[in-house]
Design a protein. Structure first.
Length: 404
């Protein structure tokens, strides 16, 4: 028995040496020690409120992985993307994350959407040393004790709230009423809306509702008594659809401003045109003029990819570049220690993993600028800057007003 084990060990060493020689000959740098694919996780909303976004997010990440594998992988190893559905539900997301970490053995999880989902999943990530990249914006997420195992490509709600408040004032509102379900970001969102509105001499109020109710007529009656110039819709597509219908029945004709992820094509298809006509939306804006954004369009099959698909394209590229930039064995710890060396700095600018891998194999540093923007991260894991896009529903279509 001892002789057999020694024999296996020697064969493994010989095989590893052969892989090292091949990788070096191809200019791939130092090969990773273990055989088999490097497993990466994608945890996205294939169903539920985020269902309009998750399938395209997963498709785009898989397309990036496929391209890298066709080009030779990373240092002699292929990548495997394992996709799970959060159902836009924290409990389901935790079960899926446990499978990815404990059964599949992924070193990273990308794409969590909805702040409640990310808040539930994040402790599993840092406790297991799994690197988590998210599109969720609640301020509280990066305030968690994640020990560097988390970054996000979505602007936090401090920034988003300010943009909502400033936009309402810009559109002539003096009194602003926010209606929202109880989410991890509602308090921060409202606080920063209020700061922006009060700075311009306006007033704000907040009403938090149950997002499972079939009607919000009593909530709408409360809002209507205040006669606000603008109503900010803080929910997701299902509850925002109900809220818009009840506002229409109540005859509200002021400004309606919602998140781009809730007032979307799916919502437009589900209600009469008059119900949503004139509604405005705010979303973090992708870098729409970049080659990376055009590439996301090709990979996703979308003429105008949504912000979350652009963000996960960047997330998966950053993970792959981090793998290529480090000589350490692939792990979540290696990713957290390496990601900022490829996402920011003075290296050669790249917008895709394949070009970056080539430069890294030649000993050059890289600085990734992507489809969602420059993706530079502060010490907490927040992106340091973002542009926003402002849209309006006009004649049954979502029309771009501006990007700023």
């Amino acid at each position: 028995m001892t002789i057999k084990n020694t024999s296996i060990s020697r064969r493994g060493v010989a095989k590893g040496a052969a892989v090292l020689a091949v990788a070096t000959a191809l200019g791939g740098g130092v090969a990773f020690a273990q055989d088999g694919p490097i497993k990466l996780g994608a945890l996205v909303p294939l169903t539920g409120a985020g269902g309009p976004y998750g399938p395209i997010m997963a498709k785009t990440m898989q397309a990036v992985v496929d391209e890298v594998n066709e080009a030779g992988g990373v240092k002699g190893r292929k990548l495997e993307l394992i996709v799970e559905d959060t159902q836009t539900n924290p409990e389901a997301a935790v079960r899926a994350a446990r499978k990815l970490i404990e059964v599949d053995g992924v070193i990273s999880i990308s794409g969590t959407w909805a702040s409640s989902v990310t808040t539930a999943v994040a402790p599993l990530a840092w406790q297991s040393g799994t690197f988590l990249t998210t599109t969720s914006g609640a301020d509280s997420i990066t305030q968690l004790p994640h020990e560097g195992y988390l970054i996000r490509t979505q602007p936090n709600t401090t920034l988003q709230g300010r943009k909502f408040g400033e936009f309402a004032i810009e559109e002539g509102a003096k009194s602003v009423y926010m209606v929202s379900p109880q989410t991890p970001f509602v308090d921060s969102q409202f606080e920063n809306i209020t700061k922006a509105v009060e700075a311009a001499g306006g007033t704000t109020e907040l009403l938090v509702y149950d997002d499972k109710k079939p009607s919000y007529r009593s909530e709408v009656d409360t809002v209507m008594r205040a006669d606000p110039d603008a109503i900010i819709l803080g929910g997701y597509t299902p509850d925002t659809t109900v809220m818009l219908k009840d506002l229409y029945r109540a005859g509200y004709d002021g400004l309606k401003i919602g998140f781009g992820y809730s007032v979307n094509e799916k919502l437009l298809e589900s209600v009469p045109a008059d119900v949503v006509e004139g509604a405005m939306t705010i979303s973090p804006s992708p870098n729409a003029d970049s080659k990376a954004y055009a590439r996301v369009g090709e990979l996703s099959g979308m003429a105008n990819p949504d912000p979350y698909t652009a963000q996960v394209y960047d997330q998966i590229n950053l993970i792959i570049l981090s793998l290529a930039a480090s000589d350490a064995e692939p792990s979540g710890t290696m990713l957290k220690d390496t990601v900022r060396t490829v996402s920011q700095g003075d290296g050669e600018t790249v917008d895709n993993a394949i070009d970056g891998i080539k430069l890294l194999s030649e000993g050059q540093a890289v600085n990734y600028d992507g489809a969602s923007g420059p993706v530079d991260f502060d010490e907490k894991g927040d992106i340091t800057d973002s542009r926003f896009r402002y849209d309006q529903v006009q004649d049954g279509k979502i029309v771009l007003l501006k990007i700023f």
